[in-house]
Write a protein that binds this ligand. Structure first.
Ligand code: GLU
Length: 308
């Protein structure tokens, strides 16, 4: 099918109709952060925005949810933009092959996280942003500008993260011990917990991710946010490291750069074509949205869109 004549609204409506009867039939809502455990699993949303500004949305696409680890793409973008190549002095670019909050690898690799999307890597990115200035304001400012709405942090989720984030505190202190964190771990963790607690809906995320399908250009005003090469690299990291230990399976079944979060969101990029976001809170054993992943498979099967 030619891209120009794809009926994206019809496609998303069909996917929504296929997914809704499955709500509540598989996966489990994240339980290790109390504020997330209270979210109803009976929700599904999907939205996209094309490079020429066409939008489509279906299901619970206007319901705000906790973006969690999807925030790591945007903090990485801010850090790449301000630090360029020096960012990589203290953060790797390889899939970790171990859980997103693992301490073991950080010990053997002497405080250098494998990639910016595991928790240690995102905490290291938050540290760099904190050194540059008011990291929380920067992140909210970027997201608000990218999607055209005022974006906020859910204080209840942020508090819940802080109350239960012992492993993240361990990771931050570990890196401080290795000398790979500049700032006070408690200040860095405050940035990290708050970025994870940002609330957005599917359409806002799909809009905000638009610079990644536009070679780094701002989705609304076209100004360069990051360079074409940098945008390609963010997409490459999403493909190889964006979906926890299921990145291979996502590449195999979906074939798009994706970044998921334990709030049940998954954002995906079709370079030069569109950005999209799916959300359904119940997670599969790999920590990715169970029905979000199925919806992406349906989308790719229906449209034939893939980077391969
Ligand atoms: N706030 C979560 C944590 O640090 C984020 C996890 C995720 O979405 O991958 O455990």
């Amino acid at each position: 099918m030619l891209p120009e004549i794809m009926d994206f609204q019809g496609i998303l409506d069909d996917i929504n109709a296929q997914i809704r009867p499955l709500l509540g039939t598989g996966g489990r809502v994240a339980s290790y952060i109390p504020a997330l455990a209270r979210v109803s699993p009976h929700q599904f949303g999907i939205a996209l925005r094309t490079c020429d500004g066409q939008e489509a949305a279906a299901g619970d696409s206007a319901t705000p949810f906790s973006i969690q680890s999807m925030s790591k793409v945007f903090t990485l973008t801010l850090a790449i933009r301000s630090l360029g190549e020096t960012l990589w002095h203290r953060i790797g670019r390889e899939p970790s092959g171990s859980p997103f909050n693992s301490l073991v690898q950080l010990e053997t690799e002497r405080g250098i996280p494998r990639n910016p999307f595991i928790n240690a890597g995102a905490i290291a990115v938050a540290d760099r942003l904190l050194t540059q200035g008011d990291a929380k304001a920067e992140i909210l400012g970027l997201l608000s500008s990218l999607c055209g709405d005022s974006i906020r942090i859910d204080p209840e989720v942020a508090q819940s993260e802080a109350d239960t984030g012992f492993r993240n505190a361990a990771l931050a202190n570990f890196m401080k011990g290795f000398g790979t964190l500049d700032n006070d771990p408690s200040h860095v963790l405050d940035v990290y917990f708050n970025q994870c607690a940002i609330a957005m809906n599917c359409l806002q995320v799909a809009r905000a991710a638009g610079y990644l399908c536009r070679d780094g250009a701002h989705p609304y005003d076209g100004s360069p946010l990051i360079s074409e090469t940098q945008a390609r690299r963010v997409n490459a990291l999403m493909l190889t490291c964006g979906t926890y230990d299921a990145a291979g399976e996502f590449a195999f079944r979906i074939g798009l750069p994706c970044k998921s979060g334990v709030g049940g969101g998954i954002m995906a990029v079709v370079p030069d074509r569109l950005s999209l976001c799916v959300w359904s809170p119940a997670l599969d054993p790999t920590g990715n949205s169970h029905l979000g992943r199925l919806a992406l498979e349906l989308f790719v099967a229906r449209t034939g869109l893939s980077v391969f």
